[in-house]
Design a protein around this ligand. Structure first.
Ligand code: FES
Length: 160
């Protein structure tokens, strides 16, 4: 092989390699924006921790913001349930049933979550008790900053 041909192959091969390394992540992010969004964290306030009494389960709402104008607008408001089993522990449940995603309803009398769609029932701690769901309610990763309860909205599956 001539020296000139070898040099041409090396230059062109290097160009292709650089193009793949630089362009592939951008291509994946452009074609699959949902994958890109789920990689990071997105913290949203749920409310003052003091508004959720210890030992109780209460409905709350997450207000979403559109992080990037180019992205499709997410749901503006998303319902969750906050349970404080102890003073130190806070659990934030997704309202979406783990069967097909219908919003579950908390019943304080029976201390259970009910799904109106197909009769799924979940215990106070989110464990599946009856019906078609095959797993417990999804829990958001949460934290408390300066007295405000926050959740990472990407810590549960998209339908949740
Ligand atoms: S969607 Fe909840 S039981 Fe089917």
């Amino acid at each position: 092989m001539e020296r000139r041909t070898l040099l041409t192959l090396v230059v062109h091969g290097g160009s292709v390699l650089v193009g793949v390394v630089v362009g592939l992540p951008a291509l994946i992010a452009g074609v699959f924006p949902a994958l890109r969004r789920r990689r990071g964290e997105s913290w949203r306030p749920v409310g003052q921790l003091s508004q959720f009494p210890v030992g109780q389960t209460q409905a709350a709402v997450i207000e979403h913001e559109q992080a990037d104008e180019s992205e499709p607008r997410p749901l503006a408001r998303q319902g969750v349930y906050v349970w404080r089993p102890t003073d130190e522990e806070v659990v934030v449940f997704s309202r979406s049933c783990t069967d097909l995603g219908c919003p579950v309803i908390w019943d304080a009398g029976s201390q259970c979550f009910y799904c109106p769609c197909h009769g799924g029932i979940f215990a106070r701690d989110g464990q599946r008790m009856a019906g078609p769901p095959d797993r417990e309610l999804h829990r958001y990763v949460n934290r408390v900053r300066e007295g405000v309860l926050e959740v990472d909205v990407y810590s549960v599956p998209p339908i949740a």
